[in-house]
Design a protein around this ligand. Structure first.
Ligand SMILES: Nc1ncnc2c1ncn2[C@@H]1O[C@H](COP(=O)(O)O)[C@@H](O)[C@H]1OP(=O)(O)O
Ligand SMILES: [Mg+2]
Length: 354
């Protein structure tokens, strides 16, 4: 299967949803969201989920979707519902041919609520299932920093298509990450990149604004010959991964640069394009299980760019276990050539803690 149509629909749908999230952010920044309004995250999440699921369902009506949100609260909160509908109604691509590919605008507010609710798949090992995170990295989104609109298609439990829209990353793949890449007030004109991969066909990037137009550009992870010069990424939120374990691992690896702390799957995209090298996500709790929508697209994009992605015990991320990664703990992503070395140090540090 070439998954050409799926990739095209996913890219355009992510682009359209990203435009909506930007609108919400700017309304917040301008102060046009009234005090009584819900958080921009809530508004953006629902709106982006509606636009993406509507596009999937109009092209692939039998596919299932695992989405983060469901609409029951919206059916009760008419104020919020109307506000989201205004936004969804008013967001379309400027390219009408591309908009047609997505199935055009959503027909009514009730169709919008139904689209949101269609993200209720239980996931699993059989069939075609999309995993959607409409706004990944909510803290980053709120501060005008890094966040991502994330969409992946799994077929019988394997990720076949992955798309990440990162509205606040630089377009240029060659801009190396620095320690403050994830905390800069990066919301400004001229930013935004879309990463995309199909299983067996490599990973690409292009400006988020030119989706549907120009060519995709192939991306590759950087080869790391000297770990002391390597850059590693981790969550900005200390609650999402163990900064102390990651710092111990980095220093054992000989990494000398400070970590790049960044919200969202923008980390996967950044290492896939060679702007950084390694992504470490060591669990902070024994009971938390990662959600499939937080990793599916990034996992494929990194692997297709020449990387390897496992959990902290060296197991491939297993997306066939339902809505969560039930059989995995943490994430270790690195170029294939050094992944086993990185993993051995991860295991050493984790063993030493026992
Ligand atoms: N204890 C935790 N460990 C790991 N990830 C978490 C934890 N709590 C929340 N998350 C998830 O981390 C994701 C963001 O990752 P990052 O730190 O890389 O930006 C969010 O989608 C969030 O899920 P949720 O949206 O359910 O809170
Ligand atoms: Mg998320």
């Amino acid at each position: 299967m070439s998954y050409q149509k799926e990739q095209e629909v996913a890219e355009l749908a992510v682009q359209r949803a990203a435009i909506l999230t930007k609108k919400v952010f700017h309304e917040k920044a301008k102060g046009t969201l009234s005090k009584n309004d819900s958080s921009p995250v809530t508004i953006g999440d629902f709106g982006a989920q509606a636009l993406i699921i509507a596009a999937i369902k109009s092209n692939f009506p039998n596919d299932e979707v695992v989405g983060e949100e469901e609409a029951s609260s919206l059916r009760e909160d008419t104020n919020l519902r109307d506000q989201i509908w205004e936004l969804v109604k008013g967001t379309s691509l400027s390219d009408s041919k591309a908009e047609d590919i997505l199935g055009g605008p959503i027909a009514s507010m009730y169709a919008m609520l139904d689209a949101i609710d269609a993200g209720n798949s239980a996931g699993g090992a059989k069939g075609r299932i999309w995993a959607l995170d409409p706004i990944d990295g909510t803290k980053g989104f709120l501060r005008g920093g890094q966040y991502a609109v994330c969409l992946a298609l799994m077929v019988d439990g394997d990720v076949k298509v992955g798309v990440l829209g990162c509205p606040n990353l630089p377009v240029d793949d060659s801009v190396a990450l620095t320690a403050d890449s994830g905390v800069d007030q990066t919301d400004e004109e001229g930013k935004g990149v879309l990463f995309s991969a199909v299983f067996g066909q490599g990973a690409t990037s292009r400006p988020l604004t030119s989706v549907g137009m120009g060519e995709r550009k192939a991306i590759q992870m950087k080869s790391v010959s000297d770990l002391s010069q390597a850059t590693f990424c981790e969550s900005l939120e200390a609650g999402h991964s163990s900064h102390s374990d990651q710092s111990a691992i980095a220093s054992k690896l000989g990494v000398t640069k400070p970590s790049v702390r960044m919200d969202s799957q923008a980390k996967y995209g950044s290492i896939a394009r060679g702007a950084g090298d390694i992504y470490l996500r060591l669990p902070t709790s024994a009971t938390y299980r990662e959600k499939i929508w937080d990793h599916a697209a990034g996992d494929l994009i990194v692997r297709e760019a020449g990387g390897e992605v496992t959990d902290s015990l060296g197991r491939r991320l297993d997306f066939s276990k339902g809505r969560i990664l039930a059989e995995n703990k943490g994430v270790v992503a690195a170029p294939a050539a050094i992944h086993s070395h990185v993993l051995s140090v991860v295991k050493e540090v984790m063993e030493a803690k026992k």
